[in-house]
Write a protein that binds this ligand. Structure first.
Ligand code: ADP
Ligand code: MG
Length: 203
């Protein structure tokens, strides 16, 4: 099977490939000509290892992520399980919003901040699977957890989302893992970030 390009991103290209007779995904960080070649190689290598390690950290936290089959740090390539199913961007339901909330809370309970928590980074298989850990990092700060929540809230409240009460369903799912006291504190931080954004736009 020839590698089939399915997405050309700013940082990485995504291909469908075959790996030991199984359908797989290859995520390759392409060289950037505007960087010095040595620095470019180091950055791509670092980010590749970084992403693969967060994929397994998330799994340990109880969140479904694709299995990593192979990592090539020099080519800056991760070969991983192909997740069949619909991208959540195109198939959002209240139940999925609840499950996204659970995923976020499980990550945060292990001090993992996803860094790009949008509906495009979830695929609905038998269970909900989270992708794209390129921007993930460790933090125990409520403010950092709040940035994940603020981003998904923004996605939920954007015009093309047809699900009513998407964010309340998310909050319910999140609270089912960490309790209402913890989510209330984090939501307080979300409001602070939102206010800061509003003031920034006014000046
Ligand atoms: N393991 C996978 N299984 C199925 N689809 C995937 C997988 N990895 C990526 N994709 C698809 O490719 C898209 C881009 O991958 P992603 O890792 O999010 O890269 P980017 O950093 O460019 O957003 C995803 O939104 C998803 O639709
Ligand atoms: Mg993505």
């Amino acid at each position: 099977m020839q590698p089939l390009l399915i997405k050309r991103g700013a940082e990485a290209d995504i291909y469908i490939v075959e790996w030991n007779s199984k359908k797989a995904v290859s995520k390759v960080r392409s060289p950037k000509s505007y960087r010095h070649p040595d620095l470019d190689a180091a950055i791509r290598k670092y980010r590749t290892i970084h992403e693969a390690s967060f994929m397994s950290a998330a799994k340990s936290a109880g969140v479904m992520t694709p299995f990593v089959y192979f990592v090539d740090p020099v080519k800056a390539e991760i070969i991983m399980e192909f997740i069949e199913g619909q991208n959540v961007r195109d198939a959002l339901t209240p139940d999925i919003c609840y499950k996204i909330g659970r995923c976020a809370a499980l990550l945060h309970a292990s001090n993992i901040i996803h860094g790009d928590l949008t509906t495009s980074n979830f695929v609905m298989n038998k269970r909900l699977v989270l992708l794209d850990f390129g921007l993930s990092y460790y933090s125990e700060r409520t403010e950092d957890m709040a940035t994940d929540i603020r981003l998904i809230k923004e996605v939920f409240t954007s015009a093309h989302i047809a699900v009513r009460k998407a964010f309340p369903c998310f909050v319910e799912g999140y609270a089912s893992v960490v309790g209402t006291k913890k989510i209330d504190k984090t939501l307080e931080n979300v409001r602070k970030i939102e206010q800061r954004g509003r003031y920034a736009r006014m000046t």
